[in-house]
Design a protein around this ligand. Structure first.
Ligand code: AMP
Length: 418
């Protein structure tokens, strides 16, 4: 193992690719910020208990994938594997739901950790941007979130994604379905672990990726046929709102998702260019989660979009984001005196809000001009002894190649004007 190797299942974001990640985070959060969602940041770790109770003791995320640790003080912590439980915990702790303004709408962006088998698009450290709307049961809210995610992906130029939609029912109708499903599943030819899953969380069996399991599931009872009238009406309303907004979706009754807390609306954004790790984002309604972690009844809905997979989706579609060059002006000093003078100009430009960089290390003209080119700067400022003696700097337009001598004192103002 090399000292310079990132841990298995992780990778570093470095320029220039890292700029795309920043742009994706920005693009996903922009529609949220414009829609009344406030920014929330929570710790990278929580008490293990929160995820065990919130995400669910029978889920892979909790039983197999959580990075847990015991602190020197004896606290049992886990690196966060997802965002919703933490955000709800923080909202409850901060009494945000009591400020008299429901729903509490929050967005977040950060690192998440799951001890998974690494493969393309699946990492042990990954980034999500997420949104949660806490404390209100209203199909318009479910639709809003799906529409905002769709808007975010479209603003990035993505086209080859699909929205899968389902309803998981609620505490009125799901128990009866659960029982019907369990008695169906108990008669199948399944391995020990899956048999255990039937007793703990039978809906997850529907999500089994193995072909030999899927084959046996053909005649399984359908949740759709068991939804109670309020759940049916709610789901129809969400569907109608999406249709009215021109957001296409596919009904997918197999969509159960890997977390226990979902009720009613569930959805996933999948991208067809990503191979097996095709889910770029997902979410749904979690009306029971607050009570599961010891809070009051707070029906809520949210989603999380994966930044890593969104970047992979952009690459798969060949979408190049139009990222403006970060540097507008590049200064190339020739000689000691020019270094001091041009660095002064660069500082002045930066203070005036003009992005400027500098050829450090006293390099020759040729190497420095190469760096100027690479920086993408529209203008370079070059000055040598003779220029300084005449009180000017050479201002070169890198697009047209045109070069003019500008009085030193006016260089910053001239660039600001251009
Ligand atoms: P989930 O909470 O599992 O629904 O995840 C939401 C989104 O986060 C997924 O659609 C992915 O885009 C992303 N994601 C989840 N797990 C991973 C992972 N191990 N590596 C990369 N992205 C992930």
């Amino acid at each position: 193992m090399s000292t310079f190797q990132a841990p298995k299942g992780t990778y570093d974001l470095t320029p220039p690719r890292s700029a795309t990640f920043l742009a994706v985070r920005e693009a996903i959060s922009a529609p949220l910020r414009d829609s009344g969602y406030g920014y929330i940041e929570t710790p990278g770790f929580e008490n293990v208990e929160l995820f065990a109770r919130g995400v669910g003791e029978s889920t892979d995320i909790v039983t197999k994938e959580m990075y847990t640790l015991t602190t020197k003080g004896g606290d049992q912590l886990a690196l966060r594997p997802e965002g919703t439980a933490s955000v709800l915990r923080a909202a409850l702790e901060g009494n945000l739901h009591k400020a008299g303004n429901l729903p509490v709408k929050l967005w977040y962006s950060g690192s998440y950790y799951r001890y998974e088998r690494p493969q393309a698009g699946r990492y042990r450290h990954f980034s999500q941007v997420g949104a949660e709307a806490i404390g209100t049961e209203d199909p318009v809210l479910d639709a809003e979130l799906i529409i905002l995610a769709d808007q975010a992906y479209r603003s990035l130029g993505l086209r080859e994604f699909r929205i899968l939609l389902n309803s998981l029912g609620d505490k009125e109708c799901r128990p009866a379905y659960r029982e019907a499903l369990q008695s169906f599943l108990r008669d199948l030819d399944l391995d020990e672990e899956t048999r255990r899953r039937i007793e703990i969380n039978p809906l997850r069996v529907l999500d089994d990726k193995r072909a030999e399991v899927q084959k046996q599931l053909a005649g399984a009872p359908k949740l759709r046929d068991h939804l109670c009238d309020p759940c049916k009406a709610y789901h129809e309303e969400v569907r109608a709102l999406l249709t009215a907004a021109g957001v296409a979706f596919e009904d997918d009754e197999k969509l159960v998702r890997g977390l226990d807390y979902y009720t009613r609306t569930t959805f996933e954004f999948v991208h067809d260019g990503l191979g097996s790790q095709s889910a770029v984002g997902g979410g749904g309604r979690y009306d029971g989660l607050s009570e599961m972690i010891g809070g009051p009844e707070l029906p809520s809905v949210g989603w999380a979009l994966g930044v890593d997979r969104t970047v992979l989706a952009l690459e798969a579609e060949g979408v190049e984001l139009d990222l403006p060059a970060t540097t507008s002006v590049y200064a190339v000093p020739l000689g000691e005196e020019a270094r001091r003078v041009l660095f002064g100009v660069v500082t002045e430009l930066r203070r005036a809000g003009i992005a400027a960089d500098f050829a450090f290390g006293g390099r020759g003209l040729k190497g420095a001009m190469k760096s100027a080119n690479r920086s993408g700067a529209r203008y370079t400022l070059v000055a040598g002894e003779r220029d300084l003696a005449e009180g000017v700097v050479q201002l070169k337009d890198m697009e047209s190649g045109e070069q003019t001598a500008v009085p030193l004192a006016e260089a910053a103002a001239e660039l600001a004007k251009r």
